[in-house]
Design a protein around this ligand. Structure first.
Ligand code: ACO
Length: 339
């Protein structure tokens, strides 16, 4: 790495976990009034994994983090960022406990709450910490346990969400080397906060002194509107990023979008002029795992060897907030650690 060049964040390790319990579309309760056929056709999801009682986000983040550190070949990191909207507690943050359980010492560790865009935001924060010399190696984790917040009577959310965790180690390196994160585009629009979220449990509700209802703790989503925003924001953000980093759409080898709905991913790919065969899909097996979605998909392809070093990867995500973000990455040579 030459002294006069900016330090880039380079992907050095990847790891993931999903809880063992598989819930197929047919396993969902009849009371939801849905069907395997509807869910497959409208979302592409065939099954998801839900955590067993007693398993929290931090437990899954720990395992994904361990695997990412193994994949990177070293447990030396000097920062941990955990993207999650389903933390173990409202306070304290989950990341310091995960760092302690991983034996990482007294490194800075914090949570980032950006819903399904969380992993991209956390990667950008890690890249910023590396560029400014605050950190040399960062463990970035995306983990969510939305099954704990699903309304059993709401078929809009209950069929989509799954639990999981994915993690990456990024280290300081050269912008030209395989694995370099070469650019980001981030955005938010809080005027859309009513479209998806959990109404209760925060200071907004507690400050009113109103008695809480059970449904206040559940995730709700205005699905159709979110669908439209997801398409607009992920395609717009991706286009801006491609222009910023000087990549044409035809030069992109793989498109890794937030795994919420296969129809969203195909529509975004069509708008970008990226062939649908280059779209990475794993939502059929894991559903929408929120902040874990992108690193789970990356872990999946690392295990299968589908990506080759030097290939151009475009990642994009959208979530509650509303928030969105995209990242451009050249693929490194990675060691998959699946167990
Ligand atoms: N099973 C059967 N029927 C259903 C279901 C279901 N699970 N869900 C909705 N329907 C019905 C509706 O009631 C409606 O019936 P009607 O025509 O009689 O009124 C019909 O199907 C169509 O409903 P839509 O809401 O228009 O269905 P749509 O095709 O939009 O699919 C879905 C709904 C899957 C939720 C879709 O809108 C979607 O994927 N949205 C985006 C999700 C997303 O991107 N989330 C990311 C952010 S989440 C976060 O950050 C935490």
């Amino acid at each position: 790495m030459s002294a006069e060049r900016a330090r880039a964040a380079v992907l050095a390790g990847i790891g993931a976990m999903v809880p063992p319990r598989v819930v197929t579309n047919d396993d969902l309760p009849d009371s939801l009034g849905t069907s395997d056929e509807w869910i497959r056709t409208r979302t592409g999801i065939q099954q998801r994994h839900w955590a067993d009682p007693g398993t929290a986000t931090g437990d899954m983040a720990l395992i994904a983090g361990e695997r990412a550190l193994k994949s990177a070949g070293s447990s030396a990191v000097d920062m941990v960022i955990l993207a999650t909207s389903t933390p173990d507690h409202p306070c304290p943050a989950t990341a310091p406990e995960v760092a302690a359980r991983l034996g990482l010492g007294v490194v800075p560790a914090y949570d980032m709450s950006v819903a399904c865009s969380g992993f991209i935001y956390a990667l950008s924060a890690a890249a910023g910490a590396i560029a400014t010399g605050i950190a040399d190696r960062v463990l970035v984790i995306g983990a969510d346990t939305w099954s704990t917040r699903l309304n059993p009577d709401d078929r809009i959310t209950a069929v989509i969400f799954g639990d999981g965790a994915g993690a990456a180690v990024v280290r300081a390196g050269d912008p030209d080397e395989p694995g370099a994160l070469v650019g980001f585009d981030l955005g938010s629009d809080g005027s859309g906060k009513e479209l998806v979220g959990v109404p209760g449990g925060g200071s907004r509700q507690l400050s009113t002194g109103e008695p809480a209802r059970k449904t206040d703790d559940y995730l709700y989503m205005r699905g159709k509107e979110i669908f439209t925003h997801a398409v607009d924001r992920m395609s717009g953000s991706s286009s801006r990023l491609l222009e910023r980093v000087g990549w044409s759409a035809s030069s992109v080898d793989w498109f890794v979008g937030h795994q919420a709905n296969v129809r969203i991913l195909h529509t975004v790919a069509d708008l970008l002029d990226v062939d649908r065969s280059q779209v990475v899909i794993n939502l059929d097996r894991v559903g929408n795992t929120s902040a874990a979605s992108i690193p789970l998909a990356l872990s999946d392809v690392t295990g299968s060897g589908r990506f080759t070093p030097g290939q151009r990867i475009l990642m994009t995500a959208f979530g509650a907030g509303l928030t969105w973000g995209s990242a451009a990455l050249t693929w490194p040579s990675l060691t998959p650690v699946l167990t």
